[in-house]
Design a protein around this ligand. Sequence first.
Ligand code: CP
Length: 305
Amino acid sequence: MDMQGQSIVSIRDFSKDKIKAIVDKALEVKQGRWSNALNGKVLATLFFEPSTRTRLSFEAAMNGMGGRVIGFADPNVSSAKKGETLGDTIKTVTGYVDAIVIRHPVEGAARLASEVANVPVINAGDGSNQHPTQTFLDLVTIQEEFGRLEGLKIGLMGDLKYGRTVHSLAMALSLFGSQLVFVSPPGLRMPEHLCDELNSAGTKFSEADDLESLDQVLDVLYVTRIQKERFADLLEYERVAGAYRIKPETLSGNCQQARIMHPLPRVNEIAEEVDDMPNAIYFRQAHNGVPTRQALLGLVTGAIQ
Ligand code: CP
């Protein structure tokens, strides 16, 4: 597979076959192939928003394969604080590294960065828009659990309006014939333009206000945090936060066998008692961030074919 020089900005830029090939490559990496493939490569991690998993798993990915990392975790210690434009930052950093990872609060920031950089740019989350590398590690986890990506019944629950992880994931799952159920408060429904895209792709989906009104057995329940930082109106946040919480007793009926996934961080939407249940796979999911991002970094830098 030749992806050398390719930026990873949106899951929409990938065909079903390409996604499947990347998932297989991540599983190869996880099995120990391609060790030290990133030797001599340098990655810039430019995080204009907070992160634990994405930034640290990119760092672990590089360190674990012989690469090195430069960057910042807080824009206040960069020259953005002095008023430098994103374009100028990227035009500068592109001369220092083999690839750039960027997380930014503005939708489209990663696309803009990819247009001015002369190395591959990887979107680590742009506002409420996309988080494609999270989607790849989600799919790796689903492939490991079920031995396939095709034809699964998947519930996406929580903040579907602002959650970039569910936006990317729904787009990818639509390529694999998933039946989707969107479980959210009415004010946090999946955006209309994404529902239109799913309809155009012929993807079957339905909406529910809560898990009690589910009318089908789920293979996966993908839970997301209600994102306080996305709300202009804090009263609206207080009203809906806490209304969607997975407890051991939730895992019955249509959710009895459902694997519980979550991009993390969680706040209070999954009770800690669920962590030790066989359904809970969210920490394994987070750990898949390292081999998945190693595969992606290797592919875009040409170190892995
Ligand atoms: N899943 C995810 O993006 O986590 P972080 O915000 O901690 O990077």
